[in-house]
Design a protein around this ligand. Structure first.
Ligand SMILES: [Cu+2]
Length: 224
């Protein structure tokens, strides 16, 4: 595991982090090996008196093996990573568990316009609750987010929730997550969307189920 990632508060965060670690260590090891060979070669075969540079056409098996062997190894490690990633992708991105709570998030330069389905559980009705940059969700419940954009491409990012999804004009993209811990965590925009991009963000407030119902009914003050 990679330990410097933001605290995980997502039901599928452990699976996501395993994929991240897998890529991190495999690609990291290759990077270090490639750089080591590069710098050792620079030093060992540098210009010296009496040494003539020679042109190697690379037709011999010995020369070609420098390319072919790593290529086969890279392909092999690629398959190892695919093996790790495909089930996680299926579970998280191609599977939509029945939602307990529905949220509509509209990105626009440079805010997140958020609509929470009210006590009736439906979006687009009179009891909906609207906020700007402040997302409220109940803990231990499946939250379905419908992501839309009113102008350019944004990316809705909650690092602690291991959730990041592009928000594309003209499309309605659905995603889901389930928080396993209450608290306040940051939301960002992960797609350069204009001059205010760096300030485009907000907070997600994960509340207990009871407090969430209270908040929906207006019995709990909003936090910013
Ligand atoms: Cu943005």
């Amino acid at each position: 595991m990679v330990h410097w990632l933001p605290e995980n508060i997502s039901s599928y965060g452990v699976r996501m982090d395993a994929v991240f670690s897998n890529i991190y260590y495999i690609v990291g090891a290759w990077f270090l090996l490639a750089e080591a060979i590069f710098f050792i070669s620079l030093l060992a075969f540098r210009r010296r008196k009496g040494r003539k540079a020679s042109y190697l056409p690379g037709h011999s098996w010995k020369a070609m093996s420098w390319v072919l062997i790593p290529a086969v190894l890279v392909l092999g490690f690629d398959l190892v990573m695919d093996h790790e990633q495909v089930p996680v992708w299926r579970e998280i991105k191609e599977n939509m568990p029945p939602p307990d709570q529905k949220i509509l998030v509209k990105g626009k330069q440079f805010v997140w316009d958020i609509t929470h389905a009210g006590p009736d559980g439906k979006l687009g009705t009179a009891d909906d609750k609207q906020t700007m940059n402040q997302l409220y969700v109940p803990v231990d419940q499946v939250v379905e987010v419908d992501l839309q954009s009113e102008d350019v491409i944004h990316s809705f990012w909650i690092p602690n929730m291991r959730f990041k999804q592009d928000v594309v004009p003209g499309r309605s993209i659905k995603g889901w997550f389930k928080a396993i811990k209450t608290g306040d965590y940051k939301i960002g925009c992960a797609e350069l969307c204009g001059v205010g991009h760096g300030n485009m963000g907000g907070w997600i407030h994960v509340l207990s189920a009871e407090n969430y119902q209270k908040w929906l009914k207006g019995e709990l003050a909003s936090r910013d």
